[in-house]
Write a protein that binds this ligand. Structure first.
Ligand code: 13P
Length: 256
C-alpha cells in the first residue's frame, strides 16, 4: 500500500449550519491536526456550509473539503449554479461530479460530467467522479460495461497527469440510500476488477460507496482495487465517521 485510503462523506441535503458546525468541530478536535495513518479524510457539505466548514477545519487541515457539484463554466448567467472558481474561493479542494442522484433528478449526463471534470482539473481541484448502474442494468448482467462507459465518457481525452488527479467512486444505484440494500463483496468483485484493469494505479483513488456501514466497511476495503470509501448515512453521525476512519487505518496498517 503506497497511497492513502480516501474515506469521506457527502452530507447530501442534510445539516443546518449549527449541525454541520458541531460535526466539523468535533472531527477537527478529535483528529487534532493529524489524519489517521494511511487515510485521507474528506467531507462534502452543502454549498451553504462550505465556508463555515473551511473556517472550522482551518488551514493545513488533514481533512479535504469538497462541494457536491459545480458548473463547467467559470462564470456567467447560470442562475442557481456555482462555479469551480467560486467553490475554490470558498475553500473547496474536491468537486463531486455525476452522483447518481444528480444524474437521475438534475439532468447530469456523461457529457456534463466530462465538462465538469475538465474544469475542476483546470482549476487544480480534485474531481470525484461518481459512477454506478441501476438494478435493471445489474440484473441484465451489464454492470461493468455500463460503469466503464460512464468513466470513459467522463475522462476521455485527459492526459496521464490529469487522470492521475482524478478520484473515481463506484456507487451502484441499487446500493445507495434508504431504498438501497448493502452490496455483498461477491457482487463488487467483478465491477472493481473491470475498473481496476483500466484505472488502478492511474487515478488517485477507486472508492466504493453505497450503504457502507460499520459492519461491512472492513470487508469492502478488502476488495481488490478498492482504495477508499464514500459514505452517506453512516458518517453523518460523527462517531460513525470516526469509527470508519479507525477501520480504514487498521486496514492500511495491515496492508503495509
Ligand atoms: P449511503 O451511504 O447513505 O448509502 O450513501 C452513499 C452515497 O451516495 C455517497 O455519495
Amino acid at each position: 500500500m503506497t497511497s492513502a485510503l480516501w474515506v469521506g462523506t457527502s452530507w447530501k441535503m442534510t445539516k443546518t449550519l449549527a449541525e454541520g458546525g458541531a460535526w466539523t468541530t468535533g472531527l477537527r478536535d478529535r483528529l487534532d491536526g493529524t489524519a489517521p495513518a494511511g487515510v485521507q479524510p474528506f467531507v462534502i457539505p452543502s454549498f451553504t456550509a462550505t465556508t463555515a466548514v473551511a473556517g472550522i477545519l482551518g488551514e493545513d487541515s488533514p481533512v479535504l473539503l469538497g462541494v457536491q457539484n459545480a458548473h463547467w463554466e467559470d462564470e456567467g448567467a447560470w442562475t442557481g449554479e456555482v462555479s469551480v472558481p467560486q467553490a475554490k474561493d470558498a475553500g473547496a479542494q474536491i468537486v463531486e461530479i455525476g452522483h447518481s442522484e444528480r444524474r437521475e433528478h438534475f439532468g447530469e449526463t456523461v457529457e456534463t460530467t466530462r465538462l465538469k471534470v475538465a474544469t475542476a482539473l483546470r482549476h487544480g481541484l480534485t474531481p470525484l467522479l461518481c459512477i454506478g448502474e441501476s438494478a435493471e442494468v445489474k440484473d441484465a448482467g451489464g454492470s461493468s460495461e455500463f460503469i466503464l462507459d460512464q468513466a470513459r465518457g467522463a475522462l476521455e481525452g485527459l492526459s496521464e497527469e490529469e487522470l492521475s488527479r482524478v478520484v473515481i467512486a463506484y456507487e451502484p444505484i441499487w446500493a445507495i440510500g434508504e431504498k438501497g440494500r448493502p452490496a455483498t463483496v461477491e457482487e463488487l468483485v467483478a465491477p472493481f476488477a473491470a475498473l481496476g484493469e483500466v484505472y488502478s494505479g492511474k487515478v488517485t483513488g477507486l472508492l466504493y460507496g453505497g450503504s457502507v456501514n460499520l459492519d461491512n466497511a472492513a470487508s469492502l476495503l478488502g476488495i481488490e482495487h478498492v482504495t477508499g470509501l464514500f459514505v452517506g448515512r453512516t458518517a453523518w453521525n460523527l462517531e460513525g465517521y470516526l469509527e470508519l476512519l479507525r477501520i480504514a487505518e487498521a486496514h492500511a496498517r495491515a496492508a503495509q
